[in-house]
Design a protein around this ligand. Structure first.
Ligand SMILES: Nc1ncnc2c1ncn2[C@@H]1O[C@H](COP(=O)(O)OP(=O)(O)OP(=O)(O)O)[C@@H](O)[C@H]1O
Length: 613
């Protein structure tokens, strides 16, 4: 076949010259999901390919993101991606355009992922290893705001098995813990504080992959390599860590290439192709879930709000299970994804190149171009920057958070997509802001957003709302709603109570914040501030009442002490900013150990408590 192509190269070149491009299939009212960028990189023809006389099969169209691909049999195709990098593009340009925006996203607590996909020999490893070095530069050079602890882990997935590339290929397990989080059990994480150490880790992992490739004849392209960079923010110990994944996928193979394989290699190829197919479904599924998450819900025939649940099959392969954070629509973590389809331009590989570009096109989720929607006061996703900033100024508590710091340019929809730790960090730039106020304000914005999504057409019955989240205007108009709202909140029912110091008005049901080091007991340490609900004064309880450690409660209060109270503790819930109350997990806390009152609301829909402003 290759000889046939070479014999007909001159004829092929003549046909290509005479070719007139058909218009690409883009429609002006369509756009792609903003959270996933699908790009293609065409590598240069390698010396041996040029020496043999193979012409290129792929031709970028000037300044558009469409390429034409020509087969010798007079068939031509065109493919469109979000960003296209031709043979002259450097890895530095690709970094600047695709990956540089991911780094501050992960630094701010989001999840960012880069996948390099393509046929064996198309330049995946060349691209990913180059990008890793640029990432190391940016993370270490001090250009990003604040401090982060950087932890690096590099693993390889081959079929169902996983290996630690920074621990001599020790086999590890990908497990889901009882909280539903994917864990790389047995993998070592390396703390990195300087660039040489970072580069040494990248080199060590690459060398291990290379060694195995030589021993086992091309095994590097038969496995996926995942570099996970975890960014821990010491200023927000209770917030999620940022995650940046750089994934060099196993080379895809066309059926024709597999024909000469033995049974084991055929099985391996099947597994790779299955994992790549599941990956495609997961990337598309997550992009569709994200695209729908900020759109108002349409009412169904019964007038109820309805949004089709997006099924993302991330448990169907080890690769997507490992990257559960990226795909699980229930994880509520803000994710950005970039795919680089690496393409070999040689005419001898035209079939594989066609499949790679077809795969890339399939990853692009086309969504209708957002209509310039009318701004609605109770729908944050419709707010422009001015409306958002006015709302922040009026609703962020006292003293108000600076809207200039929190949303310098963002619209409502953009602020809702911001990773939670980045949201909190921006709030804390306002003088006198506390983490608690920032968390409560984040919850307030999200509650309003969730409510606005639940609200169906104007005809939908108001009972579809959860009891604790009516907008204040609805609550004011509906006394029953207002009563329910009060019952779901720990706020003092007396309207003027905030003028009285909280220590002088402690009552059962009040939520107080305390520092964990002042109230030692088993299992306590849930962040810089812990929360508990006051149950009763210690002196009022009978002799048999004991705290969680088994100590009698009423003997802990002496006549010299300031009053002490039996309290039930809160622990963080599964969702960001949520808390669970452990009614029978009781401790004694003195008023001097209480830092201040915290306001919590109970959400009947999720059955969690949330801090409020
Ligand atoms: N953009 C580029 N510029 C110059 N050379 C390149 C480029 N991309 C790839 N190459 C070269 O092409 C060859 C194959 O690249 P690479 O090993 O990265 O492919 P791969 O897709 O990772 O292959 P495999 O799946 O087998 O691991 C290497 O010699 C590499 O140096």
């Amino acid at each position: 076949m290759e000889q046939f192509l070479l014999d007909n190269a001159a004829h092929y070149n003549k046909l290509v010259k005479a070719f007139k491009s058909a218009p690409a299939g883009n429609k002006p009212d369509e756009t792609t999901s903003p959270e996933i960028v699908v790009s293609a990189r065409i590598r240069p023809l390698l010396d041996d390919e040029t020496e043999q006389g193979f012409p290129p099969c792929i031709f970028p169209r000037g300044d558009s993101n469409t390429v034409d691909l020509h087969e010798l049999r007079q068939r031509s195709y065109n493919y469109t991606v979000d960003k296209l990098f031709g043979q002259d593009s450097t890895t530095a340009e690709i970094y600047e355009s695709l990956v540089q925006p991911l780094v501050p996203w992960a630094w701010g607590g989001g999840v960012a992922t880069l996948f390099a996909y393509g046929q064996t020999g198309s330049g995946k490893t060349f691209t990913v290893s180059g990008l890793e070095k640029h990432v190391a530069d940016t993370l270490i050079d001090g250009s990003l705001d604040g401090e982060r602890k950087i932890h690096v882990c590099i693993i390889e997935l081959a079929g169902q098995l996983a290996y630690d590339l920074l621990n001599n290929r020790k086999q590890i397990s990908v497990l889901e813990d009882s909280f539903g989080t994917s864990q790389l059990a047995g993998a070592l994480e390396h703390a990195v504080t300087d660039k040489p150490t970072f580069l040494e880790l990248i080199e060590r992992a690459a060398a291990l992959r290379r060694t195995v490739a030589t021993q086992k004849n091309d095994s590097s392209s038969r496995s996926h390599a995942i570099c996970r960079i975890r960014l821990e923010n010491p200023a927000l110990p209770s917030a999620d860590d940022g995650l940046l994944y750089l994934v060099d996928l196993a080379g895809s193979e066309a059926a024709r290439d597999r024909s000469a394989h033995d049974t084991a290699r055929m099985k391996e190829s099947r597994e790779i192709n299955t994992s790549l197919s599941v990956l495609k479904d997961c990337i598309r599924g997550r992009a569709m879930a994200d695209a729908g998450s900020l759109a108002p819900q349409e009412p169904n025939k019964k007038g109820k709000a309805c949004k089709p649940a997006q099924y993302v099959p991330f448990r169907q392969s080890t690769l997507t299970k490992t990257l559960k954070h990226v795909f699980d629509p229930a994880s509520a973590r803000a994710c950005k994804t970039v795919v680089v389809a690496c393409v070999n331009p040689c005419l001898a590989d035209v079939g594989a190149t066609k499949s790679t570009l077809r795969y890339a096109e399939m990853l692009r989720v086309i969504v209708p171009r957002a209509k310039t929607e009318e701004i609605r006061p109770d729908v944050p996703a419709t707010w422009d920057n001015a409306t958002l900033r006015a709302w922040i100024d009026q609703n962020s508590g006292k003293p108000p958070l600076s809207s200039q710091h929190l949303a310098p340019t963002e619209t409502g929809a953009q602020l809702l997509r911001l990773p939670v730790p980045e949201f909190l960090t921006r709030c804390l730039r306002s003088s006198d802001a506390t983490e608690e106020q920032a968390q409560a304000f984040h919850t307030k914005l999200w509650k309003l957003h969730v409510d606005s999504q639940r609200a169906t057409a104007a005809t939908a019955p108001s009972t579809t709302k959860s009891a604790f989240t009516p907008s204040s205007s609805t609550a004011a108009a509906d006394p029953e709603m207002s009563r329910l709202e009060r019952l779901a909140s720990s706020a003092d029912p007396e309207p003027d109570s905030s003028a009285i110091p909280f220590r002088d008005r402690i009552r059962p049901g009040m939520v107080i914040a305390y520092r964990p080091d002042t109230v030692p007991f088993q299992g306590a340490q849930f962040g810089a501030r812990n929360y508990a609900m006051v149950m009763a004064p210690a002196v009022s309880l009978g002799d048999r009442v004991c705290d969680i450690r088994g100590n009698r409660v009423n003997t802990q209060q002496t006549s010299d002490d300031k009053p002490k109270y039996l309290c039930a503790i809160f622990t963080p819930g599964l969702m960001t900013g949520s808390f669970t109350l452990h009614v029978w997990h009781q401790v004694v806390i003195g008023v001097d150990e209480m830092e201040d009152e915290a306001l919590m609301e109970f959400d009947y829909a999720t059955r969690y408590f949330y801090l409020t402003v």
